[in-house]
Design a protein around this ligand. Sequence first.
Ligand code: MN3
Length: 201
Amino acid sequence: MPFVLPDLPYAHDALAGQGMSRETLEYHHDLHHKAYVDNGNKLIAGTEWEDQSLEEIISGTYQSGAVAQNGIFNNASQHWNHMQFWEMMGPGAGSIPSELERRISDSFGSVDAFKQEFTAAGVGQFGSGWCWLVENSRGELQVTKTENGVNPICTGDTALLGCDVWEHSYYIDFRNKRPAYLENFLNNLVNWDNVASRLNG
Ligand code: MN3
């Protein structure tokens, strides 16, 4: 199925008071995300992937490991990653729902300890990529990091929270200060209700 660029679930300036400017969202959503959609559609046209779901394209091209599929994988996975990323943020910093807070504390000791591990994963991802809070197949919460467009679909995990640590995500608002961007993301930008809604059980 053709990739479609969704509208942001809020106005471009809705997160400006929380550390993500209108300019960042104009570049990041309207240009970067759109490019993954447009390039992905060009690459899947006329191929075996054309009629597959986005998730099938991501896991199928990743598992094939074929160099010829890299372009399709990269654009499909980045399209999926950004759709999750927009939904995982929101206007107004809400509190963490109690069930999610309990699961985080059970897995990491405390919410603060989770935030430290998540930030360390994002800071420690050399070059472009993502850091994640995932629920694995055993129902455990884990922090992971991935390079470029690789995401939890590739490892069979459920993405609860993901943060884009490509420079285009933070350079306008935070310049080279990736740790400050990650700290602000966790404390001011995350839509914890959305994160909690992704738990499997
Ligand atoms: Mn990005």
